[in-house]
Write a protein that binds this ligand. Structure first.
Ligand code: AOY
Length: 464
């Protein structure tokens, strides 16, 4: 119960804010945006989870108010900071449902930075203080947005190389999520794992699959994997039995794709002598594809050398784009040291040496799900309109010490003309791309995961 008490899912100072707005404040209207960052478009993803898990339905009860009262009294050292009456009002006047209206852009949509993505306002004029009370929780959507954003940019990068050197239709399986162990919580794995699947179809982060089924209305499978070795399943055979360990993999999985981490002792010897000689016929006769996984060394040098050795031993063809493609019985997956930059370096190195991007896939862990923060895309939630004594005022911040922190003013909407998006005043012309997703405790608009993927799809548009 404790961690589901919404009154406690905030920053301490929020509990003190109700006394700090001007007298007779009636409405606080705030918006969420990316104020720039590493990538120039951001994918909006994950709000539906926060709505369904934390905000919808009866989320305030007498027991929660009691619990919060006691906690805040001890935390602040007095019982007058926490506004018990304000929360009791939500129970009495709204049956414990939040008197808020939340609008947001469709999930999966990629929108240029510096545009409004979501707005929040109170629907009961007594509850002006509630809008920004939920900032802390709602801004956590930065994480799903940032994972989906970077994953989509990597997809664009890969599509450029695949278009030039190979088969762009294979892109969905070119970036596999290896990130579960590298994130700080199961909740992050769930959200981040799902966010990656907005763009790709390969994952080992099982928590992302159940998350999609639970929060994005579906029984469909959106992430796929294959049998694959880890070091323990190879090294437990002993150094002298490395080839037996590999042979066992081929026998246990006689068809389809199978991935074998091959750097336990010497990746080059494994490719040249074990896969390339001792087990060569077993690989060639196998009804499927062996995916060799290096896992150490300088990624671009190792991948190039592994592909070259496999090329010598198993042969290759030259495709109609004039790039070499390995014998279809063998491929390579690189999962060590993988990030946006190293993927570009590896694909470029292969291309320079005449190898198609078709030869490799990538596994990405920490850099996919963990090595990001709210500043990667500079996400922020700011008040842009306040109604005080019946008068609606445009409000903003404009710090002399950082013009990047200038905030928008007034009630906002996002309009689209052609493929361009623009944030304009809510009372100017044009349809709002944002839709009301939540009102007074009810989730009004829900997306299936397939809707989300359609909204994020780049293969239709792209590729410069
Ligand atoms: N998985 C493709 C399927 C998955 C993995 C997961 C950390 C896989 C490895 C592979 O081929 O090698 C978490 C490291 C690897």
């Amino acid at each position: 119960m404790t961690n589901r008490n919404l009154i406690l899912l905030t920053d301490s100072y929020k509990a003190s804010h109700y006394k700090q707005y001007p007298p007779k404040t009636e409405r606080i209207y705030s918006y969420f945006e990316s104020r720039g960052g590493v990538f120039s478009d951001v994918v909006f993803f994950g709000l539906q989870y926060y709505l369904k898990e934390y905000l919808e339905g009866e989320v305030i009860t007498k027991a929660m108010v009691d619990e919060a009262e006691e906690l805040y009294a001890a935390h602040f050292g007095n019982k007058f900071i926490f506004n018990r009456a304000a929360w009791e009002y939500i129970i009495d006047a709204h049956r414990g449902r939040l008197p808020l209206c939340i609008k947001a852009v469709p999930e999966g949509l990629a929108v240029p930075t510096h545009n409004v993505l979501m707005t929040v306002e109170n629907t009961d004029l007594n509850c002006y203080w509630l809008t920004n009370y939920v900032e802390t929780l709602l801004v956590q959507v930065w994480y799903g947005c940032t994972v989906a954003t970077q994953s989509r940019e990597i997809k664009k990068l890969m599509l450029r190389y695949l278009d030039e050197t190979g088969s762009p239709e294979q892109v969905n399986f070119k970036l596999h999520d290896f990130g579960f162990r590298g994130v700080s919580s199961v909740e992050s794995a769930s959200i981040g794992g799902a966010a990656h699947l907005v763009n790709f179809m390969g994952t080992d982060t099982v928590a992302g699959l159940t998350f999609i089924q639970k929060y994005y209305k579906t029984t469909e499978m959106f992430g796929f994997s294959i049998p694959a070795a880890e070091h323990s399943t190879i090294t437990s055979w002993g150094r002298d039995n490395e080839a037996e360990a590999y042979r066992n993999m081929l026998r246990q999985y006689p068809t389809g794709l199978v991935a074998v981490v091959s750097d336990s002792y010497d990746i080059y010897n494994a490719c040249d002598k074990i896969w390339g000689e001792q087990l060569r016929n077993d690989v060639l006769e196998r009804d499927g594809t062996l995916v060799v996984r290096p896992d150490s060394g300088n990624p671009k040098d190792v991948v190039l050398k592994v592909v070259s050795i496999l090329g010598e031993k198993f042969g290759y063809e030259t495709n109609h784009k004039q790039f070499k493609v390995l014998n279809p019985k063998v491929r390579v997956i690189q999962g060590d040291g993988v990030n946006y930059d190293s993927i570009g370096d590896i694909l470029e190195t292969l291309k320079q040496h005449g190898w198609s991007s078709d030869n490799v896939a990538f596994g990405m862990g920490g850099a996919l799900l963990q090595k990001l923060d709210r500043d990667t895309q500079k996400f922020a939630f700011k008040c842009s309109s306040a109604t005080v004594q019946g008068e609606e005022l445009d409000v903003f911040k404009s710090p002399v010490t950082d013009n990047g922190k200038l905030s928008k003013r007034g009630r906002l909407k996002l309009v689209r003309d052609g493929n361009r998006y623009q944030t304009v005043s809510a009372n100017s012309a044009g349809d709002d791309v944002m839709q009301t997703v939540f009102e007074n405790g009810v989730t009004l608009k829900e997306y299936t995961f397939s809707d989300v993927k359609t909204n994020a799809d780049i293969q239709a548009h792209v590729v410069a």
